[in-house]
Write a protein that binds this ligand. Structure first.
Ligand code: ATP
Ligand code: MG
Length: 304
């Protein structure tokens, strides 16, 4: 029985963005002029996007018992993402990303994976994940959590389709290390740079072919302002991005994944999946942050 249209499995982070007069080098002092905090994590953003589109979604991940951990779980609850697959560690810190942005918009980022990197197979309920039609994987920094993802794939029944956004972290591991994960994936959704990192092919059409040869059914390549390229080996489409006023592209790729998966879940054609992906991403980039602009189901009417 499927309880969920999709379950996400990836890092959970609170993003802490500090505005500063300038980014301090070693032995220097700078001043903080503003502060914003937001829940993030790639798969987490994608699940929030799907929930807003009316899909039944859940999450597998780990937080600590700190304020950030509570924020992450509470925001999921508010958005309608099931949290029963999230474990709370007794010790340690929840994942955070600390960003320092200066007046020119240049950034320095410090990532604290915290308990994201301590996920073990015993933290994960395979029974939870196998209630999903799609399991959506995104990256962890640490080896242990990557191994836990691979172990889950080994016991996951074939009926559960896997979608993967490798991000720069997993793409940088190369095809060999990622092979078993790629081979089990139904859909892979990298951006063009990640696809090159992963396959060594500078041409994304050639890169997508490499993944199809590995047994992937669908590849969706994100091309930023140029939209996307989608292929299943039989049909291939370039789909133009929506022309919108861009405010902030944080989370654009995660939003695209939500729209694309929404299409797959609802049996749309490959071209339509790409178009919905572009649409959801276009709404995301019109607002600050990864989640604020994510559309609701009623907004999809703008598409037809
Ligand atoms: N300037 C833009 N105008 C319209 N749509 C855009 C623009 N930039 C990005 N998008 C949309 O967002 C999607 C994802 O963007 P991008 O290719 O930058 O992904 P990404 O690099 O994975 O993003 P992220 O930094 O979130 O991981 C694109 O496929 C496109 O649909
Ligand atoms: Mg991305």
């Amino acid at each position: 029985m499927t309880l969920f249209d999709a379950v996400g499995f990836g890092a959970l982070n609170v993003d802490k963005l500090f505005r500063v007069n300038r980014i301090a080098a070693a032995e220097q002092e700078s001043f903080i002029t503003g502060f914003e905090e937001a829940c993030g994590g790639s798969a987490a953003n994608t699940m929030v996007g799907l929930a807003r589109l009316g899909c039944r979604v859940g999450f597998v991940g780990k937080v600590a018992g700190d304020r950030e951990g509570n924020m992450l779980v509470e925001e999921f609850r508010r958005e309608g993402v099931d949290t029963n697959g999230i474990v709370q560690a007794e010790h340690g810190r929840s994942g955070t990303v600390m960003g320092f942005v200066d007046e020119k918009g240049e950034r320095a980022l410090y990532i604290d994976p915290g308990v994201n990197d301590t996920i073990e197979s015993r933290d994960i309920s395979a029974a939870y994940a196998l209630q999903a039609r799609f399991l959506h994987l995104t990256s962890f920094v640490g080896r242990k959590s990557f191994e836990a993802q691979k172990k889950l794939l080994q016991v996951l029944p074939k009926e559960v389709k896997v979608s993967l956004d490798p991000g720069a972290l997993y793409a940088g591991m190369g095809l060999n290390k990622l092979e078993s994960t790629i081979e089990r994936s139904f859909a892979v959704m990298p951006n063009a740079g990640e696809l090159e990192l992963l396959t060594g092919k500078a041409d994304y059409q050639a890169g997508a072919k490499v993944l199809l040869k590995k047994g992937v059914s669908i590849v969706a390549v994100k091309l930023a302002g140029k939209g996307c390229y989608v292929t299943d080996g039989k049909e291939s489409h370039h789909i133009e991005a929506f022309k919108v006023k861009v405010v902030d592209t944080t989370g654009a790729g995660d939003a695209f994944n939500a729209g694309f998966l929404y299409g797959l879940i609802n049996g749309k054609s490959l071209r339509e999946c790409g178009r919905i992906g572009n649409f959801v991403a276009s709404r995301c980039v019109m607002k600050m942050g990864a989640r604020a602009g994510l559309p609701h189901l009623k907004n999809l009417r703008l598409l037809s």
